[in-house]
Design a protein around this ligand. Structure first.
Ligand SMILES: [Fe+2]
Length: 569
């Protein structure tokens, strides 16, 4: 059974480990943490470490505080412990709170800092400086500007993609497009960016996870130091020996709005900008698909001795479905219900990594877990828009509400299986959709990995679009090769009647959202205009034409459509 490209094959992972070990002289895991020279040369603003000062800020990125109109968080890392790490904003000096962890696989310690900047004016631009007493750049410290969110019904723009990776092609799944993707965000000057999961694939480079995160952080600093990048967890944030769900690398680096659920800080959250509620979820909690950290074999994964962690046997995966014990879904229902009781909220936009409606043939496809647990809530509370990554392509659904029962088929037997297929409320691609009637799903895993998944399913029997659907857990199974394990592709298929548009020309792009919240008076139409831009020619090999491509800075319009919704008050 083929491994999904999201979940690279054993041979690919093994090759990467060999390359890493070769670069380090083959002396084992600790030595392997020395990154290839290439990793250190490409960053533009990240000068950290060059001068040997442990506290030099790098990987600088912003997130919204609890109220985006008045607060942001400035976060960064440094090569070693920083002394008096701080942010300066005019005359204000905001001390940063330190957070560190030791990677559970290679034993390296990572130092991060987080300065919560509150008391800001809405819709205002601020310059800030990041420094420390032992900042090697103290004479010319890092500085940038950001803008707070507007208050009330003011137009604003945001952008989204997921599955970014890093530009350092020494790492599994990394590719040069990730530099251009970050630059594309800057070119559209959004208020903020939604980064919908699978940030850098450190889990696929298990001996060098902190180095991969570093290349990711220094690449996205080009944009994320200027505007908040709001992430969500994907399957590749699940790392062995890094916390109870494997999220320590992610949670240490990001300070996210408080969900007030004890024990689950940072896993999911919401924030509000004017009349739009943004809800960021961790679908790892509900999906059937097993796609977190995995040891395919034949070798075990042996953590550095300093970690004290035992070897991880071939055939082991880190599967965390159900980890919140229902706490996330209860929070989601509470959050959506409160928003729909509040007539100052019009729009509800959800981001999560895995997909309820994706018909990529070479990718992962859709997952029944999301359809069972969350789509009924999206229906009840009229979620307008859902943004996903996971499949490295672009796909748009028609507005969907409710489910068509009993239309799926088990791949192995052809037997009928209930995939709870999302029911399209229209199949006319008019370009204007009233999302109070149904939720539009967008697949935006089109960030910057080297594995585009822009080949889509077709039912050969009737020529209709076809989607793969996980309806049960694909836990590791032994292959016919001794010592090698795999995880199967989705177990069911359905005709994807909900699929409206798929980009077959490239697996790379960025979606740009322009919110017009005014809509006159109560009952008037508010709108969000969505334009998807594609990076033509960026596929290493185009699946449709076989043409070889390369990373490109050129993003051109693929399609524009409009979502409308009556104003609540
Ligand atoms: Fe993924």
């Amino acid at each position: 059974m083929p491994a999904s490209p999201d979940d690279p094959t054993a041979s690919r992972l093994a090759m990467s480990r060999r390359q890493v070990l070769a670069a380090a002289g083959g002396t084992g895991l600790l030595a392997a943490t020395a990154a290839p020279a290439k990793a250190a040369t490409r960053t533009r603003k990240a000068r950290a470490g060059a001068n040997g000062e442990a506290g030099t800020p790098e990987q600088i990125h912003l997130t919204w505080g609890d109220n985006p109109a008045t607060s942001v968080v400035v976060s960064w890392a440094s090569p070693g412990p920083a002394t008096r790490p701080r942010v300066r904003l005019g005359q204000r000096v905001i001390p940063a709170e330190p957070r560190q962890y030791t990677d559970g696989l290679n034993g390296e310690t990572v130092w991060t800092y987080h300065a919560r900047v509150g008391g800001l004016r809405p819709g205002a631009t601020y310059a800030y400086v990041v420094t420390a007493d032992n900042d090697g750049d103290a004479s010319d410290p890092f500085s940038a500007t950001f803008r707070t969110a507007p208050e009330g019904r003011k137009p604003f723009r945001f952008t989204s993609f997921g599955d970014l990776a890093t530009p350092n092609t020494a790492w599994v799944l990394s590719y040069g497009q990730s530099t251009y993707a970050v630059e594309a965000v800057e070119s559209f000057q959004p208020l903020f960016h939604l980064l919908n999961g699978d940030l850098c694939y450190a889990d696929l480079n298990p001996t060098v996870q902190p180095e991969v995160w570093r290349d990711f952080g220094n690449n996205n600093q080009t944009s994320a130091a200027n505007r908040p990048w709001m992430p969500c967890l994907g399957n590749h944030e699940v790392e062995f020996d890094n916390g109870s769900q494997g999220f320590t690398s992610y949670l240490t680096r990001y300070t996210l709005p408080d969900n007030h659920v004890p024990g689950f800080t940072g896993r999911w959250y919401s924030f509000r900008i004017g009349s739009v509620l943004f809800v960021s979820l961790d679908a790892d909690d509900v999906v059937y698909q097993d796609a977190g950290a995995f040891v395919a074999g034949p070798a075990a994964l042996t953590p550095a001795a300093s970690t004290g962690n035992p070897a991880i046997a071939p055939g082991t995966s880190f599967y965390i479905q159900g980890y919140s014990g229902g706490a996330q879904t209860a929070w989601l229902e509470h959050t959506l219900a409160a928003a729909r009781r509040d007539d100052s909220v019009d729009w509800i936009i959800v981001q999560m990594h895995q997909c309820a409606a994706s018909s990529s043939a070479t990718g992962n496809g859709s997952d029944l877990g999301i359809r069972q647990q969350w789509l009924p809530l999206f229906d009840r509370y009229e979620v307008d828009l859902v943004l996903n990554g996971h499949d490295h392509d672009y796909e748009r659904s028609f507005p969907v509400r409710g489910a068509d029962p009993g239309v799926g088929r088990e791949v192995a037997t052809g037997a009928v299986v209930n995939t709870l297929r999302p029911h399209p409320v229209t199949t006319t691609d008019s370009g204007v959709f009233d999302t109070s009637q149904g939720t539009v799903h967008l697949i935006l895993g089109c960030g910057g990995t080297d594995a585009p998944l822009d080949e889509y399913g077709t039912d050969t029997a009737d020529g209709e679009r076809q989607a793969k659907v996980f309806t049960r857990a694909n836990r590791p199974v032994a292959t016919s090769t001794a010592g090698i394990y795999t995880r199967a592709a989705a177990d069911a298929v359905e005709d994807a009647t909900w699929s409206a548009r798929r980009d077959t020309a490239t697996g790379y792009g960025i979606a740009v959202f322009d919110v017009d919240p005014e809509g006159g008076e109560s009952g008037g139409q508010t709108s969000i205009t969505v334009t998807h831009y594609q990076a033509l020619g960026a596929d290493p090999v185009n699946p449709a034409t076989g043409e070889k491509g390369a990373p490109t800075p050129d993003y051109t319009e693929f399609e524009t459509f409009k979502l409308v919704r009556p104003r609540s008050r």
